[in-house]
Each structure stands twice: as C-alpha cells, then as structure tokens.
Design a protein around this ligand. Sequence first.
Ligand code: FA5
Length: 332
Amino acid sequence: MIDDIRRIAADASDRIAAAATLDELGGLDRELLGKTSELSGFKRRMGELDHEGKREVGSALNAAQESLRFAVASRRDQLAAVARREQAEAERLDLTEVRAGRDAGHLHLVTQAIEELEDVFVGLGFTVAEGPEVEDDWHNFTALNFGQYHPARDMQDTFFVGLGGPREVVMRTHTSPVQIRVMESQKPPIYSVMPGRVYRNEATDATHLAVFHQLECLVVDRGITFGHLAGTIDMFTKAYFGPGWTSRLRPSYFPFTEPSAEFDLQRPDGSWLELGGCGMVHPNVLANCGIDPEEFSGFAFGFGLDRLAATKHGVTDLRELASTDVRFLEQF
Ligand code: FA5
C-alpha cells in the first residue's frame, strides 16, 4: 500500500507541475486531493490493517497529501504571477506615444514660467533649491518667527495633515520654509531661488487658487541691503516681461522679514499687479538657522507664479490654469 501511495503521489506531482492554467490546476486539486480522490480511498482501506500497519500507511498518506498540497500552492503562485503579467501586458498603454504628424504637446504655462525664471536667476549665479510640500510646523511657521499664538499664523489658511501631534504637520502654505531648509543645510554666502507648489484653505476665484505656485528668492551674505532687494526684483521683472515693466515696494508685515514690503509690477499701460512679499531676513530667522545676524544680513522675496504667468499670457481667470481643456492649453 505504501508503494502504491508513493507511486500515485509521484504521478500526481508531475501532473500538478504540468498544469498550464489556474482552472486546470483547480480541477487537479479536487481530483487528486478531494474526498473522492484515489489517495483518500486509502483512508477507508486502512481499517483492514493492524495497529503498526495503520501507523505506517497513515504517515505515508499524510506525507503524500502534504507534499501535494504544497505543490498545488506553489504552482498556483506561479500561474497567478504569469496571469498578472499577461493582464498587465494586455492593459498596457503607451503614454509616450506620439502620433505621426501631430504636435507632441508642450509644457504647462506655470512650468514654462518656472523654467524661464530659473534661467534668469541661474544666469546671475543663483542656485535652485526645492523642499517638501508636506512640511512640519518648525519649517513652515516657527523657524520663520511665527510665535506659537501669533495672529500672523491666520494670514495663511492652513491645511493640516493627520500625522504627528495636533497641527504639527501641514501642507506648506508658502515656499518660505525652503529658505529655512537651505539655511539649515548650507553656510552663507547663499544666493538661491526655490520654486514650488503651495496649498491654502481658501475659496477659489479669478485671482485665488487653493493650490498654486510660488517662487522664493533668498540671499544671505555680508553687507546685503534693501537696495539689493529692490534691484533684484526690478531686474527679474524686466528679464521676464520686457523693458517696459517696472516694480514698486509698499510697506507691509511678515514675521520673517524686517522691514517688510509687498511688491507690485507696473505694466507698460500703467496698471499695477500685486505680485508678492519681500523684506530683509529677520535676525531671529538667521539665528534659528545657526547664522550669526551680526555678521550676515539677507533679503528674501516670494511671489505667485500663477499670477505672473497668467499676466504674461493674458489669462484673466487663474482657475483656467488648472483646467484640462485642451482648447485652452493648446493656445500657449
Ligand atoms: C507669502 O506667501 C510670503 N511667504 C512671501 C514672502 C516671501 C514675504 C519672502 C517675505 C519674504 P503672501 O501670502 O502675500 O506672502 O503670498 C505671496 C503671493 O502669492 C501673493 O502676492 C500672490 O501673488 C500669491 N498668492 C497668495 N495667495 C494666492 C492664491 N490663493 N492664489 C494664487 N496666488 C496667491
């Protein structure tokens, strides 16, 4: 009986290994291991055996069934992997495909603006830095001199993320936290620009989005003055828009700059565009990043890239920038 069991198990094992589909394997599983299988039949015949015989045949039978169950499970894994590969291959879409004779598309307006501005600043010797969009309270607020209960925290309606302690992790509300990351990781002189996406819990309208883009500029060196700040803003305005454009500064308040200003750009027709905030980096911010404010000074500014790009291309509603309408997108 034991020889029969081993022979049946060996045949069964070959058939399992040769199963070509999951359906075929399911059928073999029932046929070879089910209640009516040849092996199960031995259980009924064991009644004829003495105690020792029952023990030996029982153990051979268990070993045979165990190894066949293992063989079925392994073959099932193999066949399932093949089926998954085949399905993935059948559903594959080539998103890089370019249709012959048709324009392959172009970069989005905001991406174009980022690249043009990066070229302007890199040409002046600036580096480009990036930071995470999910930020901690330290980088987005505290290191930027927003006191724990300072009302300026409410200037930017914040999306909080359900990680860490209450209000500890945020979707960054501006690109200024990247200033902190740059100053924490390198020593002055620093000449850096930091473009990126930012998030605010705001109702959207023609001039406001809840997800938009800013470009931050940070300079920290010896002897940096407000004149350098004003000159840099005027320079990039002319480089991006053309010689007919100028800029002006108006006094304002940000916790991380002192003095602070807002800056507007003047179009050739004389009208004004409110674009961003700026100022001299607050000594507390330099100190928070381990930079001695007695030795170094700096300026920073940050502005809305969506407003900038929309103005250049005559887009009157910022919400169109987030549209997927090709009739709009193809114009640029
Ligand atoms: C800031 O975000 C400061 N971090 C700017 C700054 C940087 C000041 C460095 C000093 C030094 P503010 O919240 O004003 O400031 O936003 C700056 C610009 O982002 C605005 O002038 C505007 O152009 C753009 N902006 C703000 N909110 C929105 C919005 N909801 N949709 C589109 N653009 C926006």
